[in-house]
Design a protein around this ligand. Structure first.
Ligand SMILES: [Zn+2]
Length: 419
């Protein structure tokens, strides 16, 4: 571990070095550094993860400057929120949203009516799941800054404001429950975001926040640590943030096994019929150990994966197979910095209609439905989270006429540390 001086600044035009977003301290210890390919317009960026020497919070420092990050979200086809999400009932996200909704609704159901706001509601997937779980007296609202996602969620009939938290213009105290899933880790000022939620929430309302759990970093090719995820919460750190907003009573989702951190908080969970509580002790040493273990294993993991993909592609090349890679995103970009994807594959397949018809890494992007028409004989599935879903999709389109190669033996088995 290398203590980093407070004024150690990287390239001022791209990076900034913020103080700890929780306690404002400038002293920090570097835990992880890497260079990531993130596509145009940024190309390669440095990702640096540090831990506050005062309070133990883990956050990106230095990090890509806020205005650069905003324009990246607005323009990069690889930025989160731009990605096609399979909404079919058996798809990854609907299943995930159903599990989240069962946890939150398990508490809210004690009240026949109320008002729920989902912050960063995207295309309304979590609202769909809550609608299925909650009594009919509940009104569902959303807040979503992306214009495209906002349109899709309002098309479903939800009342969604097209704004960022903080410039939402909503009246104080107007919601009984507020959910915020996969948002807080992206915010440059997480305390300001939680403070705004506190204002919008009725005094005894319930907040539900989900973030990646830094105690369980998942090994991945494009990296658990990225330019987008700039705050890294442990159970203790998120509980501490909740307490500073007056939500002293906290409940964790026992069904989640810790991979994501799913906390319910309230000033009074008992009023919601909830008798259980979760307690988390100080975990700054475990958080540091988890990040350092991740840093040690990431390179070996990436090397193993690249070797495996090289073997598959060279076999296909020798046999003259007409090959494609599935996935016009980060995962393929990361593979291509070590493996000659373009040399072995003539097409990229992707289920996202926005990507189809474009060119990615110099290769034309096609819909998977075009596999038979293009005469494709081999498909390399370049995805970790969606590997199994994509394999099923290819099989349903091309049957056994196509060879499928995957990157992971078991993509769910790539979590490292843990409680
Ligand atoms: Zn701190």
């Amino acid at each position: 571990m290398t203590p980093t001086a407070p004024d150690a600044r990287a390239d001022g035009d791209l990076y900034e070095t913020p103080p700890c977003p929780f306690c404002g301290a400038e002293r920090r210890t570097s835990l992880y550094r890497s260079v990531k390919r993130v596509g145009e317009p940024l190309g390669e960026v440095r990702v640096s993860v540090s831990q506050c020497d005062d309070c133990g919070f883990v956050y990106n420092a230095p990090r890509v400057r806020e205005d650069v990050l905003e324009s990246y979200y607005a323009t990069s086809p690889l930025a989160s929120g731009q990605v096609f999400r399979d909404e079919s009932a058996q798809g990854y996200y609907p299943q995930l949203n159903a599990r989240r909704a069962r946890h939150l609704a398990g508490v809210l159901r004690s009240h026949p009516r109320g008002r729920l706001l989902d912050v960063g509601c995207g295309v309304g997937g979590f609202l769909d799941a809550m609608k299925a779980e909650l009594p009919g007296g509940w009104e569902l609202y959303g807040l979503e800054p992306s214009r495209n996602a906002h349109r899709q969620s309002t098309d479903k009939g939800y009342a969604v404001a097209n704004a960022l938290l903080g410039s939402d213009g909503m009246p104080a105290g107007s919601f009984d429950a507020i959910s915020m899933i996969s948002v807080l880790e992206h915010t440059t000022d997480p305390m300001a975001a939680l403070e705004r939620i506190r204002e919008l929430l009725a005094p005894h309302g319930v907040v539900f926040v989900e973030v990646p759990n830094v105690l369980w970093p998942e090994l991945s090719l494009s990296g658990f640590f990225s330019l987008e995820h700039i705050q890294h919460f442990s159970p203790h750190a998120l509980t501490r943030a909740f307490r500073s907003c007056g939500w002293d009573q906290v409940l964790n989702d026992p069904g989640d096994h810790g991979h994501a951190l799913r906390l319910l908080g309230s000033a009074d969970l008992t009023g919601w019929g909830c008798r259980e509580r979760s307690e988390f002790g100080e975990d700054r040493d475990r958080a540091a150990a988890a990040v350092l273990a991740y840093a040690r294993q990431e390179n070996a993991f990436v090397d193993m994966l690249n070797r495996r993909v090289r073997d598959v592609l060279s076999d296909w090349s020798e046999r003259g197979l007409r090959a494609a890679v599935y996935g016009a995103g980060f995962h393929t970009l990361a593979l291509s910095s070590h493996v000659d994807i373009q040399g072995a594959c003539s097409w990229i397949l992707d289920g996202d209609p926005k990507k189809q018809g474009t060119v990615f890494m110099g290769l034309p992007v096609h819909a998977p439905e075009e596999i038979p028409g293009l005469g494709i004989q081999g498909v390399l599935v370049s995805s970790q989270r969606f590997q199994e879903e994509i394999v099923r999709r290819i099989r349903s389109i091309a049957g056994s006429d196509v060879e499928i190669a995957v990157c992971y033996d078991d993509p769910r088995n790539t979590f490292l540390a843990g409680p």
